[in-house]
Design a protein around this ligand. Structure first.
Ligand code: GAL
Length: 420
């Protein structure tokens, strides 16, 4: 029913995008070598503001080249990744594309789709510019294949301050019990769905946050490394807690992108939304000032990280222009131009916190002191195949609410994809 219709619409949409990409690709004849096609999913709001910042720095640094926007809208790359996969398969790569550091990047490396940038790292001094942990994450068999633009945090709850205050909530909840009590207070005030959420990947994010609370940082990370079994009773507890949280969410969740759920918060129809800190930038870009934020209740000092990075695909039409883009991405000026507008913090360690909005200043401090865990919804923890399986398991759970079924599906996904 609803599902298959939506799936059909999505397929038609992607087909249309594919033909648009095919037509728009390389039609500028001899001048095409000046173009650098940058493929992202940053098409609107704070995401576009971040990209625009980077593009402006690129204009200064790489005056001989022209930025060509290959952005395809859709949160977390839901549409963009499908188009990209198809273009890579047809040996028609953009000049550069956005890929998450960690397991997702490994997919492209293992498929031989991206070039080794180790020599450029040396030339541009990037090994000293990024923290060792991130360099380790990016290094495969001694080689580095992408340049990180930022560090985002996934496990943050964003609030509508007025809605929350009107319900008599005076402090941020410290654990799940307090969070549920606050959600009840909002319900009692007539906010029917106080916790806004969107479709599959946004539900996976919420679920991952619950798992961090219930398993703790180390066991949570073990789920992706094969040291914590998905059959663990704490995972069952996590699914049950997640199921309880879903009762506080909007019933049209499976049809919404993250920005639609964010709008419910802005419009005062919800008090809370769990989302990555691109939401800070997006709320700023939309001039919504009355927001607060706190780490997901029970996550303690855990910082669930992900990093957007850019690659040089094999067969890129303009490798030299792309190198100029990548150099800008890794530079202090490029990271400042991008991250001050994107809600993320710079991957470089030499940034001045005073240059950044208040939220990022706090995140920079947390990044240094917190316990870091990766994200599957945004590719630092799991491969794209695993992520796809997790997203569809969460999508099915949204309708069926079958606890044992979800745990079984996630266990099967881990068995199929772990270590691959
Ligand atoms: C993530 C990406 C972020 C942000 C978010 C929402 O995957 O890393 O930069 O764009 O999706 O679309």
């Amino acid at each position: 029913m609803g599902f298959s219709r939506r799936a059909a619409v999505a397929v038609v949409g992607v087909a249309a995008l594919l033909s648009a990409a095919a037509c728009g690709g390389d039609d500028s004849g001899g001048s095409s070598s000046k173009n650098v096609e940058v493929f992202t999913w940053w098409a609107d709001g704070g995401e576009k503001a971040g990209l625009d910042g980077l593009v402006s720095q690129f204009g200064t640094d790489c005056a001989g080249y022209t930025f060509q926007n290959g952005a395809i809208a859709g949160g977390a790359g839901a549409n963009a990744k499908q188009v990209l996969a198809s273009r890579l398969q047809q040996s028609d790569p953009p000049d550069t594309f956005q890929a998450h550091a960690g397991a997702e990047l490994l997919d492209y490396i293992n498929a031989g789709q991206v070039e080794d940038l180790s020599a450029d790292y040396d030339a541009w001094g990037l090994k000293q510019a990024f923290p060792q942990g991130l360099i380790d994450n990016l290094t495969v068999d001694g080689k580095i294949y992408s340049v990180p633009a930022n560090i985002h945090r996934a496990n943050v709850v964003w609030t509508n301050k007025k809605v929350v205050a009107d319900a008599g909530i005076t402090a941020d909840p410290k654990d799940l019990t307090e969070f549920l009590a606050d959600l009840d207070k909002l319900k009692a005030k007539g906010i029917k769905a106080p916790l806004a959420v969107g479709k599959d990947w946004t539900q996976l994010m919420l679920f991952e946050s619950v798992l961090i609370t219930d398993l703790g940082a180390e066991k949570f990370t073990g789920l992706w490394k094969g040291t914590t079994p998905w059959t663990d009773p704490l995972v069952t507890k996590g699914i049950n807690d997640f199921k309880t949280l879903l009762t506080y969410t909007n019933t049209d969740r499976d049809a919404l992108d993250w920005t639609d759920a964010e709008k419910l918060v802005m419009d005062g129809k919800a008090g809370y939304q769990l989302m990555g800190d691109w939401e800070a930038a997006d709320l700023d870009a939309k001039s919504f000032k009355d927001y607060g934020y706190f780490t997901f209740p029970g996550n303690g000092t855990t910082f669930q990280w992900l990093a957007d990075s850019f690659v040089l695909p094999k067969g890129a039409k303009n490798a030299e222009g792309t190198k100029c883009w990548l150099k800008t991405v890794g530079s202090a000026a490029g990271q400042k131009a991008f991250n001050t507008k994107k809600g993320s913090i710079p991957a470089r360690t030499d940034a001045a916190p005073a240059d950044y909005p208040k939220y990022q200043q706090a995140a920079m401090g947390d990044w240094k002191s917190a316990t870091q865990v990766p994200s599957c919804a945004h590719g630092s923890a799991c491969s794209q195949g695993w992520q796809g399986a997790a997203n569809s398991a969460l999508g099915a759970f949204s309708t069926k609410q079958d606890v044992a079924g979800l745990q079984k599906a996630l266990d099967a996904a881990a068995k199929q994809f772990a270590g691959k």
